[in-house]
Write a protein that binds this ligand. Structure first.
Ligand SMILES: NC(=O)c1ccc[n+]([C@@H]2O[C@H](COP(=O)([O-])OP(=O)(O)OC[C@H]3O[C@@H](n4cnc5c(N)ncnc54)[C@H](O)[C@@H]3O)[C@@H](O)[C@H]2O)c1
Length: 458
């Protein structure tokens, strides 16, 4: 193994994965050239601002731009020339049938091959279906020479991406050229993580396998949650008990509105499509997707039932738009489906999020999006928690009680403590746990003084 860090690195794509990886590697003393075609994104970055919300990212970005370890580029020739590694972190969005669209990956590889030097190795960081890296080797021939192509899938989670980069459970690198794989491995040599080098198809399947398995865990506990509702058990207690078995683990056993985001839904479907291509019917994956979708529609039905079957003109305050806390990403977020469904049934929806309102706005043209959660709940017939932001868990619920029209909380993430809410006069409805009602039922508009509050529309 050569003990030199490959330097410079050209990172293609400044999205969630490319930007975080580029900034973290630059912080680890690699010279990184970050290339993107999105001028608005680059303009943001040039001001030292991250175009995405990710804890720790802003300060690291400022640091590596100032010390020159990270440079920004829109010209592939300038960014790729002489790069030891060209790493590709462009999007692989789903096609209509669920297959991964590899257009951006192919275009980036073609560019990389054009500008590669004699020592350059290409590494695909984007999530690509099994067999992709092997099949794209044909794009990597130039002047009778083959530019080595490897795959180095990313496992970071939005909301904790910097921490995940620094403390990964492992680094996976796939390819059939051992020297090229070692070269990519050198980039991550400073991390205290095992480096697994394998063939490219196995590396691709490890990535999909991790996401698919975690999605299965979530859908499993959501099926259990339904059974808990039928039988009167509490799914949080059940999940604690199941998760204490160390062969299973408690992570990803949170019942609620299921999985969303740019990865799990798309990767589960893409893996299913890859299996179908080989004549395999991967039943578990289909069930996981179906259960996930049902979790959203069941949640809306639950709100409707709690409002005596009537959603028309009911005012629903939705807390949380991001697909999970810590990110501004609303791709495939449960909030979008839930809100659209509520609106289709005639509800008037106000929604809030600490950071994701701007990203959600184009997707929710009929929804009033407000920054202030207390404005959001003003006059509400139901307060609905869709994203378990600590800001909402720690709301001044006594104040909320004075603002709503009806004291009803429907918690789609089981993140609230029911006892104090019930004490405040709320009816609390979670997922897979018994509904809690205040001892003395209050009629709408009775009890705590409920004021009409002005709504600050952004
Ligand atoms: N977001 C996640 O949490 C996550 C985690 C693990 C893996 N992944 C995978 O990583 C890949 C990237 O995901 P993302 O969320 O960062 O995507 P993204 O959409 O946020 O970013 C992709 C970026 O690539 C840029 N781009 C596209 N074509 C380009 C080109 N030819 N040259 C330069 N830039 C180009 C786009 O302008 C965009 O800024 C996907 O395959 C995804 O599945 C994502």
């Amino acid at each position: 193994m050569v003990n030199e860090r490959p330097d410079p690195l050209c990172m293609v794509g400044a999205g969630y994965v490319g930007l975080v990886t580029a900034v973290c590697l630059a912080d680890a003393d690699v010279h990184v050239r970050l290339l993107d075609i999105d001028q608005a994104r680059l303009a943001f970055l040039r001001q030292g601002k991250a175009p995405i919300h990710e804890p720790l990212l802003d300060e690291l970005l400022t640091k590596v731009l100032a010390n020159g370890r990270l440079t920004l580029h829109d010209d592939p020739a300038e960014a790729m020339a002489g790069a030891a590694v060209i790493m590709i972190a462009v999007g692989t969005p789903p096609l209509g049938d669920g297959r991964a669209d590899l257009t951006q990956v192919r275009a980036a590889i073609t560019q990389a091959v054009r500008h590669a030097g004699s020592e350059t190795v290409i590494a695909i960081k984007s999530t690509v279906p099994p067999g992709t890296t092997a099949s794209l080797q044909s794009l990597c021939r130039r002047n009778g020479r083959t530019v080595p192509l490897t795959v180095c899938p990313e496992f970071l989670a939005e909301g904790s991406a910097v921490r995940d980069f620094r403390q990964p459970p492992q680094v996976v690198i796939g390819g059939d050229d051992p020297a090229a794989c070692e070269r990519v491995a050198q980039l991550f040599g400073h991390l205290e993580a095992p480096i697994r080098i394998t063939d490219s198809t196995s590396a691709e399947l490890i990535k999909y396998g991790v996401n698919a398995f975690l999605a299965l865990k979530i859908s499993f506990i959501n099926e259990m949650a339904q059974l808990c509702e039928f039988t009167g058990a509490d799914v949080s207690s059940v999940a604690d008990g199941i998760g204490t078995d160390e062969r299973i683990g408690r992570a990803f056993l949170g019942a609620g509105l299921g999985f969303g985001g740019s990865c799990f839904p798309k990767d589960v479907r893409a893996l299913d499509q890859a299996a179908s291509y080989h004549g395999q019917s991967f039943q578990l994956l289909r069930a996981a997707v179906e259960v996930n979708q049902q979790a959203r529609s069941r949640f809306v039905a639950k709100i409707q039932r709690a409002l005596n079957g009537k959603l028309a003109r009911r005012r629903i305050a939705v807390l949380g738009l991001a697909f999970k806390p810590g990110t501004d990403d609303v791709r495939q977020a449960a909030s979008i489906d839930v809100i659209r469904h509520l609106e289709d049934l005639g509800a008037v929806v106000l929604a809030t999020d600490p950071v994701a309102c701007a990203n959600a706005r184009p997707l929710l043209p009929n929804t009033t999006l407000v920054d202030d959660p207390y404005s959001c709940v003003g006059g509400a017939d139901a307060v609905v928690v869709v994203t378990e932001w600590p800001e909402y868990v720690n709301l001044d619920w006594a104040r909320v009680a004075t603002l709503v029209r009806r004291p009803l909380v429907v918690d789609g993430r089981n993140c609230l403590d029911a006892d104090p809410l019930v004490e405040l006069g709320f009816t609390y409805i979670g997922v897979g746990r018994p509904t809690r009602r205040p001892r003395t039922l209050k009629t709408p508009l009775s009890g705590a003084k409920r004021a009409a509050v002005p709504i600050a529309v952004r």
